[in-house]
Design a protein around this ligand. Structure first.
Ligand code: GLN
Length: 500
């Protein structure tokens, strides 16, 4: 590591960009340090499914050349970033954490990724995740789980666990994840970083391997709220390649970030503070609420009575959509083909899917096929859609009274890998995040303290399209609290070279 990059591990994107701009630091040095840090942490974390060393260093040098030639470059130019391995980058591998896609190469680049590439960002690798983004711990990855930098024996959450872990480890300043039922906010909470899920339809999903299309949304992991705003601003906006993107103009969240919360009405949903919370999570969130109050926010208890219906609704709708989206993985066009070209066609489909998909993905495909089948559609799928509307309407009613909601992100802190062996206890991890996806709202998780040395996350939820408000409310807490500078230490076994 060169002297210039020493100590930059905790810097914000803005600060790194200033150093690049003043030529105190080159992107090549910064990227080299990121790659070295990834290598150092990988034995403990397994946060990556593939790395792009040469590709990254080439982009970094191109950014440096542009800056040296005094070309006008974006603030994000030369900043390293990691991508969840469900996002396509042309000519790079993409697996969605599935053995079925082992060895598959992206034929094109996702719009969100292309926008960051156009800004000059440097892609360092693809991060581990639950298979097809189905899970809350990364243990459903076909390539083994990821560890949490605060305690590698614990899960980083999921499904975007690798993206959260590498940012928490201070290897890269930022990464991208996806959030269908909580997969950005929950791992951000468990890893003590910022994770932002924008309003549904704000960021194009073209080039994202789809899980549940009426819920999926791409968003950033960062260590600062401001950094999340910078990445969001770059990625958001209509895209002709994704007809679900919104045409409403994107409000720039950055100028409003420091507006504070004095006079804002912040709601605390009673149902989110129920008995399922671990004591440390409750204490940290209550302290955060008090801090908001000290800053002049008006705190109001509100009610979202259908909160407890969120999970059962989600576990009808998400599997239904996944059973349709994953039908394409049959050995014909994507990834592995089993057993051979010569087998009868149906045998080839069956064997490819039997061997390629893991147990959780199979469970969801079966569940989804069932709820969509003739005779069950009305009882399950239509009913779930009705409850979904109910949940969305309850949020709308509450947002006629308050500007944003504050709540815990996850009922508990990081849990040991292997601790949640049944599907239901894993599903319960998302009880506080899933309703936000069902209603298509923006939500963020920011660090708000610790329980037994493991991070706690605070969730801020806003009305549809109030992404800037969510970031502003989160920023106010981040500024008033000191959590953003807390960083995990490299595990003892790695610093001493002891065998793992
Ligand atoms: N944990 C939830 C699930 O398993 C959410 C996943 C996600 O947001 N991608 O479906």
């Amino acid at each position: 590591m060169t002297a210039a990059v020493a100590g930059t591990g905790n810097w914000s994107i803005t600060r790194l960009a200033q150093a690049l701009e003043k030529k105190e630091l080159s992107s090549e040095e910064l990227t080299g340090a990121a790659l070295d840090s990834i290598d150092t942490w990988e034995p403990a974390l397994h946060a990556y499914l593939s790395q792009m060393r040469e590709h990254a260093l080439d982009s970094a040098r191109a950014s440096d050349r542009a800056r040296l030639a005094d070309e006008k470059v974006s603030l994000l130019s030369g900043i390293p970033i990691a991508l969840k391995d469900v996002l396509c980058l042309e000519n790079q591998p993409v697996t969605a954490g599935s053995r079925l896609l082992e060895g598959f190469t992206s034929p094109y680049t996702a719009t969100a990724v292309a926008r960051l590439k156009a800004a000059g960002m440097v892609f360092v690798g693809k991060t581990n995740c639950d298979e097809f983004a189905m899970g809350s711990s990364t243990e459903n990855s076909g390539y083994g789980p990821t560890g949490n930098p605060w305690d590698p024996a614990c899960s980083p959450g999921g499904s975007s666990g690798g993206s959260a872990a590498t940012v928490a480890a201070r290897s890269v300043p930022c990464s991208l994840g996806t959030d269908t039922g909580g997969s950005i906010r929950q791992p951000a909470s468990l890893c003590g970083v910022v994770g932002f899920k924008p309003t549904y339809g704000r960021v194009s999903r073209y080039g994202l391997i789809a899980f549940a299309s009426s819920l999926d949304q791409i968003g950033p992991f960062t260590r600062r709220v401001e950094d999340a705003a910078l990445l969001y601003r770059e990625m958001a906006g209509a895209d002709p390649m994704d007809s679900t993107t919104l045409s409403d103009p994107v409000e720039d969240p950055v100028p409003q970030l420091s507006a504070g919360v004095a006079g804002l009405r912040l709601g605390v949903p009673r149902e989110y503070m129920g008995s399922a919370l671990s004591p440390g999570v409750r204490a940290a969130v209550e302290a955060a609420i008090a801090l908001y109050q000290e800053q002049g926010a008006i705190i109001e208890e509100v009610s979202l009575p259908s909160t407890d219906l969120g999970l059962s609704t989600y576990y009808v709708i998400a599997p239904a959509e996944c059973s349709s989206n994953l039908a394409r993985f049959d050995g014909v066009r994507y990834g592995n083909r089993l057993p051979s070209e010569l087998a009868p066609l149906t045998e080839m489909y069956l064997e490819t899917r039997r061997k390629g998909f893991g147990p959780e993905v199979k469970r969801r495909i079966m569940l989804g096929t069932y709820v969509l089948s003739h005779g069950y559609y009305d009882a399950y799928y239509r009913k779930a859609q009705q409850v979904r509307s109910l949940i969305a309407n309850e949020f709308s009613t509450v947002f006629s009274k308050v500007d944003a909601l504050i709540a815990p992100t996850s009922p508990s802190v990081a849990f040991p890998l292997g601790a949640k062996s049944d599907a239901l206890s894993m599903y319960m991890c998302d009880v506080l995040t899933v309703p936000v996806n069902l209603a298509g709202l923006p939500g963020i998780s920011i660090p708000c303290g610790f329980e037994d040395g493991l991070p706690v996350g605070l969730q801020v939820i806003g009305p549809r399209l109030a992404d800037a408000m969510v970031l502003r409310v989160a920023h106010a807490y981040e500024e008033a609290s000191g959590w953003k500078d807390e960083a995990p230490k490299l595990p003892h076994t790695l610093t001493t070279g002891e065998a793992l």
